[in-house]
Design a protein around this ligand. Structure first.
Ligand code: NAI
Ligand code: 13P
Length: 330
């Protein structure tokens, strides 16, 4: 099958390899000129060290070429840029497989909602615990492919044929996308905990209590609570809150050292989707009147320069209550 991958950051690059290893012809759209040169000359990328891309992948700087090449587009453009990259293109006949995780700040929409607004009639999202660096090294990885119509999710699931990248299917597109967005915000909180002292008790509490926020927000938006116990929910929370590769977690570590967000993001080539997404989540929580205490504190630390220690103290001294967990919601 011919497949176009739009966006040659770490994830688009790693996924191009998986698709090529699955026997497909891949055309990868590269935004940066110097990266396109590097890929064409050496089949290497500065986004992923020690990876030489297979011969089956071709590279282009012309997005129209990708649109002509295939009606199946994998999107790895970060969420805040989807509209500017795809906005003027005709998506009517395209199936979009979205790989990005976040909420668009200007519209408070999920990636699949943005693509539908731009004219796509079939959209599937892949999410789950999947660091690009590990996928590129063929480390066993599992993710979930989600669509409103389970047949679409299964179609995308079955595109993958490798022994290191296994895909499950789901019909809970909302739950999978909300999980992918929120886990990036919670990963910033995990980084703050690491930066303050690497407290194990606190990290475990964070991961567990975060699932309650997933359920509160997700169920208001029509997600199935059980999804949060799966790969896109707890699976991705674990990997991003504990793994050394997470860029969101790294932002949290620097915030804990007292750095301001502008200083942290200055000169970074890579994205931390949790930064704009926590602002979008803050707005959504007000609009929907949903209680998301951890996510809101991440927002306050980033955008109101709140001391992370005070944020944690306030979370710890909130009104006492009965425990609820995602299992009780099934
Ligand atoms: N890196 C990873 O391990 C994984 C990333 N993701 C998600 O994939 C999405 C893409 O992230 P990565 O590939 O990691 O990106 P990256 O951080 O490796 O690279 C940055 C990307 O942003 C693009 N970019 C920067 N400014 C832009 C602009 N003005 N307009 C359009 N594009 C611009 C760059 O061209 C590049 O493709 C994100 O939503 C991320 O959450 C999902 C799973 C794993
Ligand atoms: O989504 C990811 C792993 O599943 C990557 O997380 P970061 O964007 O925080 O690096």
């Amino acid at each position: 099958m011919k497949i176009s991958v739009i966006g040659a950051g770490s994830w688009g690059t790693a996924m191009s390899k998986v698709l090529s290893d699955s026997g497909h012809e891949v055309l990868l759209w590269v935004r940066e000129k110097e990266l396109l040169e590097l890929l064409n000359e050496q089949r290497r990328s500065y986004y992923i060290e020690d990876l030489t891309l297979p011969e089956g992948i071709r590279f282009t700087g012309d997005i129209h070429e990708c649109f002509e090449f295939s009606n199946l587009l994998f999107n790895a453009v970060p969420v805040q840029y989807i509209r500017s990259v795809f906005g003027r293109l005709n998506l009517e006949d395209k199936t979009v497989v979205n790989l990005s995780k976040g909420i668009e700040l200007v519209s408070l929409k999920r990636p699949s909602e943005i693509f539908k607004e731009l004219g796509t009639f079939r959209v599937v999202t892949i999410s789950g615990p999947s660091y690009a660096d590990e996928v590129a090294r063929e480390i066993p990885t599992t993710v979930v492919s989600a669509a409103e119509n389970i047949q679409d999710a299964r179609f995308v699931r079955d595109i993958f044929r490798t022994n290191y990248f296994r895909v499950y299917s789901s019909d809970d597109l909302v739950g999978v996308e909300i999980s992918g967005a929120l886990k990036n915000v919670i990963a910033i909180a995990a980084g703050i905990i690491d930066g303050l002292g690497g407290w194990y008790n606190t990290k475990a509490s964070l991961i567990t209590r975060a699932t309650v926020e997933f359920i509160r927000l997700g169920s208001r938006l029509g997600a199935k609570p059980g999804t949060f116990g799966g790969l896109a929910g707890i699976g991705d929370l674990i990997v991003t809150c504990t793994g050394k590769y997470s860029r969101n977690r790294a932002v949290g570590e620097e915030l804990a050292k007292g750095k301001k967000i502008e200083e942290i993001l200055k000169n970074k080539k890579t994205v931390a989707e949790g930064v704009p997404t926590c602002k979008a989540i803050f707005e959504l929580s007000k609009r929907l009147n949903v209680e998301l205490p951890i996510s809101i504190e991440v927002y306050r630390v980033i955008y109101e320069e709140k001391d992370p220690r005070i944020a944690i103290e306030e979370l710890m001294t909130r009104k006492q209550k009965d425990e609820i967990s995602w299992l009780q919601n099934l």
